[in-house]
Design a protein. Structure first.
Length: 351
């Protein structure tokens, strides 16, 4: 009825909705927060505005105040579950979603919310039955199919899991969450080619590092080493130092035999982890192979400082020092020979 009255000929004046105020969310928060009495509904509204700004800390704090005023309101617990989930506290999210589900009318939103969080925790004691029920009611809804696929995979019902993953790919080929977990499922079944194709279909410019890492793994297993190296490098960009990705990138370059690339990544790894003897030793040996003895010696010396009792490092460093001394002696001898030849040859006058 409200919608039918917003335009003529049903109404002379257009209905104005709260969203039409054209205020920024922060202005709305200030406006609502300054009201004299704050009910649970008012606090819920403020929490939603914080959530719209992705300010999960304040959204959680505000919805907690609302729950104190109305502790049996399932909608408030659903909001808290959602905000906790996005803030990274999945355990709290599951507890609140379970409370909301028990208290509430068990709407689609509440059921999906609980199922989504349960899947993130791999906790299917309660949510498994909910997912089964949702699948019966919504057999073609991609989110429900994805949740069902995760549940079936967890319970080793592999045929049903594969069917659900594939159906989501058919309905939403760009669904990255489904693509990521389907590809993991395929890699675990030794199907790297299919995994790579699924990931490529859903790939985008803003893929998170974990997605790129899985793409890189699929490329490596299918022999696409250059693509694997590129994806591992991109996964490292802009994130905290990650030894897992560094080790896999080194493995790719060792497989291809790209010595200069091994030098580059081992030096980067040693810079990020200056106490990691594996990276220091790899940098030292790789530089040695490129006849860059002075640079190699610097890494051996760092290794020796970390562990002066390591006989292998001591032996390699001693051998390298002898090589450096030998080369320096040869250079001095060559210089002396060149100088003597210059003195022996008379200057030629071309006039």
């Amino acid at each position: 009825m409200l919608l039918s009255c917003t335009v003529q000929p049903y109404s002379r004046w257009q209905v104005k909705l709260p969203e039409d105020d054209r205020l920024a969310n922060r202005e709305r928060i200030t406006l609502v927060a300054n009201t004299n009495s704050k009910s649970a509904h008012t606090l819920a509204a403020i929490a939603r505005y914080y959530a719209a700004e992705e300010d999960w800390k304040n959204a959680l704090a505000t919805v907690n105040q609302a729950i104190k005023l109305n502790p049996l309101n399932s909608y408030l617990h659903s909001l808290k579950a959602e905000y906790a989930f996005y803030s990274g506290d999945v355990s709290m999210a599951y507890a609140e979603a379970t409370t909301a589900y028990k208290l509430g009318s068990r709407t689609l939103r509440q059921s999906l919310g609980l199922a989504r969080i349960a899947v993130a925790l791999a906790e299917f004691e309660m949510a498994g039955g909910i997912i089964d029920s949702l699948l019966v009611i919504y057999p073609d809804k991609p989110e429900v199919l994805y949740l069902a696929a995760r549940k079936f995979a967890k319970h080793d019902d592999l045929a049903k899991a594969r069917a659900c993953y594939q159906k989501v790919v058919a309905l939403e080929p760009q669904n990255q969450e489904n693509a990521f977990h389907y590809a993991r499922f395929l890699l675990a079944r030794n199907e790297p080619v299919n995994a790579r194709l699924v990931l490529e279909q859903a790939a985008a410019q803003d893929n998170p590092p974990r997605y790129r890492q899985l793409q890189a793994e699929a490329c490596y297993l299918t022999g696409q080493y250059d693509s694997a190296a590129l994806l591992y490098t991109r996964a490292l960009t802009g994130q905290r130092a990650d030894t897992v990705v560094l080790n896999k990138l080194i493995k790719v370059y060792q497989t291809t035999g790209y010595l200069d690339s091994i030098i580059s990544v081992s030096r980067m790894a040693a810079a990020r982890f200056p106490d990691n003897k594996t990276y220091l030793l790899l940098a030292a040996r790789s530089l040695d192979k490129r006849y860059r003895y002075g640079e190699a010696l610097a890494y051996y010396q760092k290794l020796h400082e970390l562990d002066s009792l390591d006989s292998m490092v001591g032996a390699e460093m001693s051998y390298l020092q002898r090589k450096i001394a030998y080369l320096q002696r040869k250079q001095r001898e060559q210089k002396k020979l060149a100088d003597s030849l210059n003195r022996a040859v008379p200057a030629i006058n071309f006039r």
